[in-house]
Design a protein. Structure first.
Length: 244
């Protein structure tokens, strides 16, 4: 099944998408949850979730967070839409303003499309031209705590949720870990562009530091869901600790 939320008011669309996801996870507590962003888009990952997960495996809820900001995803996602909607797994796609071709493709294939075009007078919506979430991942890779913290605060102020931001950071760290241990992009399953960038960033950390950072992010995420910490503050502190 494929549900799509898009429009000029990305903040409103995000709230609606997460409301649906929270409802689905409450109804299907055994379902695995996976988030795919433009930065970690991989066609093999999408393909692996189109069919059933096997007799003893749980179903998946896959959150596609603005994946069409990735050129490869923008070109290829139309070919997956019908299969996503027919899949036993649930795909929830969040996008900003779509071009005419993608908008028509989603409308043709998705079970439901929700458009948030009107901006409320009291809200400041995320604007791609003003802010790029992947700039934060680059700041983490560059090991620049002040830049990372500054971008993070802007992201939060623009209405992005800490959970979503943390997902982007986790995939950056995971990509650096994979690239650090591999000699080629194909060896670790990353695209050549992501591999090259992650390999370069990985040189700013030791493998032990990357492994610890990855573990810290996972702990922060789960502790936040258990109410054991404030995820926004915990993420902010993590930013400031990445400096040498």
């Amino acid at each position: 099944m494929l549900y799509v939320f898009h429009g000029l008011d990305i903040r409103q669309s995000r709230e609606k998408a997460h409301k649906l996801i929270d409802s689905l996870r409450a109804k299907k507590p055994d379902a695995a949850f996976e988030e795919v962003s433009g930065d970690n888009w991989n066609t093999s990952t999408i393909e692996s979730h189109l069919g059933g997960q096997g007799l003893f495996s749980n179903k998946y809820i896959i959150f596609l967070d603005r994946v069409t900001e990735n050129d490869e995803a923008k070109e290829g996602i139309s070919g997956f839409m019908a299969a996503m909607n027919e899949s036993p797994n649930i795909f929830v796609a969040l996008e900003g303003k779509l071009n005419v071709e993608l908008k028509k493709a989603f409308e043709k294939s998705a079970e439901k499309v929700v458009v948030s075009e009107e901006k409320s007078a009291s809200s400041t919506s995320f604007k791609k031209q003003d802010f790029n979430i992947f700039a934060l991942a680059d700041a983490i890779g560059s090991r620049d705590p002040f830049k990372a913290w500054t971008i993070y605060r802007q992201a939060v102020d623009d209405g992005l949720e800490s959970e979503s931001i943390l997902g982007t950071i986790f995939w950056q760290v995971k990509s650096m870990l994979l690239a650090a241990k591999a000699k080629t992009a194909s060896e670790c399953g990353l695209s050549p562009f992501v591999f090259s960038k992650s390999k370069r960033y990985a040189a700013n950390y030791s493998e032990n530091e990357l492994a610890k950072l990855s573990g810290d992010i996972i702990s922060m995420y789960h502790n936040g869901h258990r109410g054991m910490n404030d995820l926004e503050l915990a993420t902010e502190r993590m930013m400031l600790r990445i400096g040498r």
